[in-house]
Structures are given as C-alpha cells and as structure tokens.
Design a protein around this ligand. Structure first.
Ligand code: HEC
Ligand code: HEC
Ligand code: HEC
Ligand code: HEC
Ligand code: HEC
Ligand code: HEC
Ligand code: HEC
Ligand code: HEC
Length: 236
C-alpha cells in the first residue's frame, strides 16, 4: 500500500500533466507567442519538433522563403518590401534571426536580429539592393554602387572613407567638402578657393619651380600639404 503522501504527490503530478495537455500555452510555453501567431499559440508542433525545439522546416510550411516580405501567408501582397531580403539567405535558418514567445526576456533570443553573414556571399556586397542611400549630393554622385567602399555593415557612421589616398584632409585642409568640391560635386575639385586665386600666377610659380606641362589636376602631384610635388604616375 503506498503512503498517503505518495498518493497526494502522484495526484498532483497527474493534475499538472492533465493541465499541460489541456492548456499547453500557459503551462509549458515560456510565454505567449507573437500576436501574428495567436491562432496557432496552442499548436506547439506547428513550430516545434519533439527533442529538437522550433525548427525552420516548420516555419517554411507556412512561410515559403520565396514569398516572405512579398506576400503574406494568405497571399496578400506586402507593401514596402522591407523583408524581401529573405530570398537572398544562404540557408533558410529562421532561428538565427527570429525567436518567439515574447522575445529575449524568456527565450534569451532577440525577437529579430540581422546578420549579413547569413546572406548569400554573392549578394552580401550588393548593399544597394537592400539599402537606399540618403539624398545627399555625395550619395547622388555615387549612385547605387559601391556603398561598401565607404561603409561597413557594422554601422553607417562613421563612414570608412579613405580620402587620404586622394588628398589628405589635415591641418589647413581640414575643411568642409564643398570648399574644394564646389557645389558638393566630388567628381571635381578646385584648390583656387584658397591658394593663389589666379591660375596664371599658380602656373607661373610652378614654372619657376621647374614644373612643366599641365598643372590643372593638382592632385596628380599633391596628395597633401607635405612633401615634394611629385608626379604620381599610377593616377592615370
Ligand atoms: C509560431 C511558432 C511557435 C509556436 C506555435 C510555439 N513555439 Fe515555442 N518557440 C518558438 C520559437 C521560435 C522558439 C525559440 C527557439 C530558439 O530560439 O531556438 C521557441 C521556444 C520555446 C521554448 C524554449 C526552449 C527552446 O526550445 O528554445 C519552449 C519551452 C517552447 N518554445 C515551448 C512551446 C510550447 C509548449 C508551445 C505550445 C503551447 C510552443 N512553444 C508554441 C516557436 C513557437
Ligand atoms: C501555421 C502557419 C505558421 C507557422 C508554422 C509559422 N507562422 Fe509565422 N506567421 C503566420 C501567420 C498567419 C502570420 C501573419 C502574417 C501572414 O499571414 O503572413 C505570421 C507572421 C509571422 C511573422 C511576422 C510577424 C509580424 O508581427 O509581422 C514572422 C516574423 C513569422 N511569422 C515568423 C515565423 C517563424 C520564424 C516561424 C517558425 C518558428 C513561423 N513564423 C511559423 C503563420 C505561421
Ligand atoms: C538574417 C536574419 C533573418 C533570417 C535568417 C530570417 N529572417 Fe525573417 N526577418 C528578418 C528581419 C530583420 C525581418 C524584418 C523585421 C521587421 O520588419 O522589423 C524579418 C521579417 C520576417 C517576416 C515578416 C515579413 C513581412 O512581410 O513583414 C517573416 C514572415 C519572416 N521574417 C519569416 C522568416 C522565416 C520563415 C525564416 C526562415 C526561412 C526567416 N524569416 C529567416 C530577419 C531574418
Ligand atoms: C564615397 C564614399 C561613400 C559612398 C560610396 C557611400 N557613402 Fe554613405 N556616407 C558617406 C559619408 C562620408 C557619410 C557621412 C557619414 C559620417 O558622418 O561619417 C555617409 C552616410 C551615410 C548614411 C548615414 C546617413 C545618416 O545621416 O545617418 C547612410 C544610410 C549611407 N551613407 C548609405 C549609403 C549607401 C546605401 C550607399 C550606397 C548606395 C552609400 N552610402 C555610399 C560616404 C559614402
Ligand atoms: C539582402 C539584403 C541586404 C544586403 C545585400 C545588405 N544589407 Fe545591410 N541590412 C539588411 C537588413 C534587412 C538589415 C536590418 C534591418 C535594418 O536595420 O534595416 C540591415 C542592416 C544594416 C546596417 C545596420 C543599420 C542600422 O541602422 O544599424 C548597416 C550599417 C548595413 N546593413 C550596411 C550594409 C552594407 C554596407 C552592405 C553592403 C556591404 C549591406 N548592408 C548589404 C539587408 C541587407
Ligand atoms: C582640400 C580639398 C578637399 C577637401 C576639403 C575634400 N576633398 Fe575630396 N578630393 C580632393 C581631391 C584633390 C580629390 C581628387 C584626387 C584625385 O583626383 O586623385 C578628391 C576626391 C574625392 C573623391 C573621389 C572622387 C572620384 O571621382 O572618385 C570623393 C568621393 C571625395 N573627394 C569626397 C570628399 C568628401 C566627402 C569631402 C568632405 C568630407 C571631401 N572630399 C573633402 C580634395 C578635397
Ligand atoms: C581652405 C583653404 C585651402 C584649400 C581649399 C586648399 N588649401 Fe592648400 N593650403 C592652405 C593653407 C592655408 C596652407 C598653408 C599655408 C601656405 O603655405 O599657403 C596650404 C598649404 C598647401 C600646400 C603646401 C604649401 C607649402 O608651402 O608647402 C600644398 C602643396 C597645398 N596646400 C596644396 C593644395 C591643393 C592641391 C589643394 C586642392 C586639392 C589645396 N591645397 C586646397 C589652404 C587651402
Ligand atoms: C606636375 C606636378 C604638379 C602639379 C600638377 C601641381 N603642382 Fe604644385 N607643386 C609642384 C612642385 C614640384 C612644387 C614645388 C615643390 C614643392 O614645394 O612641393 C609645387 C609647389 C606647390 C605649392 C607650394 C608653394 C608655392 O606656391 O610655391 C603649392 C601651394 C602648390 N604647388 C599648389 C598647387 C595647386 C593648387 C595645383 C593645381 C592647380 C598644383 N600645385 C599642381 C608640382 C605640381
């Protein structure tokens, strides 16, 4: 004959199991699923596989990667296209970025994160397919290409902008872009705003220094205020 205490405990255990079966969401889940999933909140195995946890294969049964960010699960077109990068994922590893059940406090995962490493290598560098540049003159001139030459995925600012190899912006030359790039046009520059305002006089000074030929493109010889005005052959 089991002792009364054992019977009470067995009854309590059975009660817990019954409650868990009847009300799985509050009993076993670490918190409510996101509102969009309210309809399947109690259907744990819509997302979970026993002993494996939530798996991508289950998500994909409702969210075909080719349609994410384009169409809802019921086929309605999604405006804005904000999540249409899902088509570019190297592997459909949903849980690398998504969680559920009210997010980080309970599952230890951020509800959504983003890692560029998970994109297909071929598209990872094509920043402009997913990001629009701000409407500045500089960005208009660089069009939609090559964001990566000035920006890293870790943050837009500071821009990793290697102006030094073009012309070092230190000392007296640490001035607003438009001082040299008149009107903000970085495809052109003028040094006459500060230096000898008359091209003819500058030319004369250079002739005195024994400089021959065309001097209009100053940066061919001057990459900074320092040093000899050496002709830079690899510029051409
Ligand atoms: C809409 C999909 C979805 C539904 C439905 C769902 N879960 Fe989850 N669940 C998740 C996701 C996503 C995670 C986070 C997994 C991760 O981060 O790897 C999670 C995490 C958990 C965890 C934390 C441990 C773990 O595996 O990470 C438990 C426990 C859990 N769920 C239980 C439940 C129970 C019980 C139910 C049903 C009442 C349920 N879930 C319903 C998607 C779901
Ligand atoms: C049984 C179908 C089903 C399953 C399985 C499912 N979802 Fe959903 N999910 C939906 C529905 C329905 C919506 C509402 C929007 C829609 O219809 O596209 C939604 C919306 C979402 C949203 C957008 C949330 C928002 O607030 O806009 C994300 C993100 C999402 N699901 C991720 C997942 C992930 C990750 C999994 C796997 C762990 C998963 N879903 C499993 C049906 C499902
Ligand atoms: C590289 C990270 C990453 C991966 C991997 C990923 N997602 Fe997402 N997902 C996001 C981000 C970021 C959003 C946009 C969240 C927002 O709107 O703020 C998003 C949005 C969504 C949405 C909402 C789409 C809409 O129209 O608003 C759904 C559904 C979704 N993801 C499902 C999935 C599923 C299913 C998988 C696995 C096949 C997956 N995601 C893999 C990062 C990811
Ligand atoms: C020639 C270099 C260069 C290129 C190419 C470039 N940017 Fe920038 N970008 C900058 C500079 C400089 C800033 C100013 C950031 C700072 O203050 O450090 C900036 C700022 C930004 C910002 C932040 C705006 C803000 O105020 O927070 C975004 C977003 C941005 N760029 C997106 C892009 C995108 C998208 C592309 C590609 C289409 C691109 N950039 C190409 C140089 C560049
Ligand atoms: C396939 C789409 C895709 C490509 C390609 C891509 N990104 Fe992203 N990027 C995203 C998404 C989605 C996010 C997260 C959501 C958001 O913050 O807009 C993000 C976030 C960022 C952020 C963080 C934004 C912030 O405010 O903190 C930076 C910076 C960034 N990307 C830079 C880049 C650069 C630079 C490249 C190219 C080398 C690039 N991305 C390529 C989709 C992409
Ligand atoms: C003191 C003058 C000066 C200032 C100030 C200056 N630049 Fe320049 N910049 C130059 C010169 C000179 C070149 C061209 C070098 C060459 O032709 O090799 C150049 C080239 C560039 C280029 C490359 C253009 C191309 O066609 O590839 C960019 C982009 C640029 N500058 C952006 C900027 C930005 C952004 C600022 C402000 C943060 C700035 N510059 C400030 C002198 C300047
Ligand atoms: C904001 C005004 C300003 C602009 C724009 C400017 N400079 Fe200067 N630069 C100066 C000043 C001031 C000095 C230091 C005083 C001096 O020697 O004239 C200087 C010094 C120099 C020197 C060293 C002079 C010496 O005597 O050793 C060179 C070379 C030079 N600049 C080249 C350029 C070139 C090339 C450009 C255009 C790409 C340029 N600067 C644009 C103001 C400017
Ligand atoms: C073909 C090469 C070459 C070109 C192009 C060139 N320079 Fe020079 N520059 C020199 C040499 C060489 C000197 C004399 C040695 C020195 O001081 O570096 C010099 C000297 C200078 C000086 C020093 C002080 C002076 O006035 O004597 C300044 C300032 C200067 N250049 C500005 C410019 C500007 C502005 C331009 C464009 C309009 C320009 N240079 C184009 C080669 C060049």
């Amino acid at each position: 004959m089991p002792r009364p205490a054992t019977l009470v405990m067995a009854a309590a255990l059975i009660g817990v199991i019954v409650l868990a079966i009847l009300y799985p969401q509050p009993m076993l889940a670490p918190g409510p699923v996101m509102p969009a999933h309210a309809a399947i909140a109690d259907d744990c195995f819509a997302c979970h596989v026993p002993h494996k946890g939530a798996v991508a294969e289950r998500c994909i049964t409702c969210h075909a990667p080719a349609r994410i960010g384009r169409f809802t699960t019921s086929g309605k077109a999604v405006a804005g296209n904000k999540a249409a990068f899902h088509q570019q994922l190297a592997t459909p590893d949903c849980m690398a970025c998504h969680s559920d059940h009210a997010g980080p406090a309970l599952t230890g995962h951020s509800p959504t994160m983003f890692h560029h490493d998970l994109l297909k290598p071929a598209v990872r560098g094509q920043c402009a397919t997913c990001h629009a540049p701000p409407a500045t003159m500089l960005h208009r001139q660089f069009g939609t290409t090559n964001c990566g030459s000035c920006h890293a995925t870790s943050g837009w600012t500071p821009a990793r902008f290697a102006h030094d190899r073009l012309f070092r912006l230190d000392g007296e030359h640490n001035v607003a872009c438009a001082t040299c790039h008149v009107g903000g046009n970085v495809r052109q520059y003028s040094c006459y705003g500060c230096h000898e305002h008359q091209p003819a006089a500058t030319l004369a000074e250079h002739r005195e220094e024994g400089v021959r030929g065309d001097i209009s493109r100053c940066a061919r010889c001057h990459r900074s205020a320092e040093g000899e005005g050496k002709e830079d052959d690899d510029d051409e």
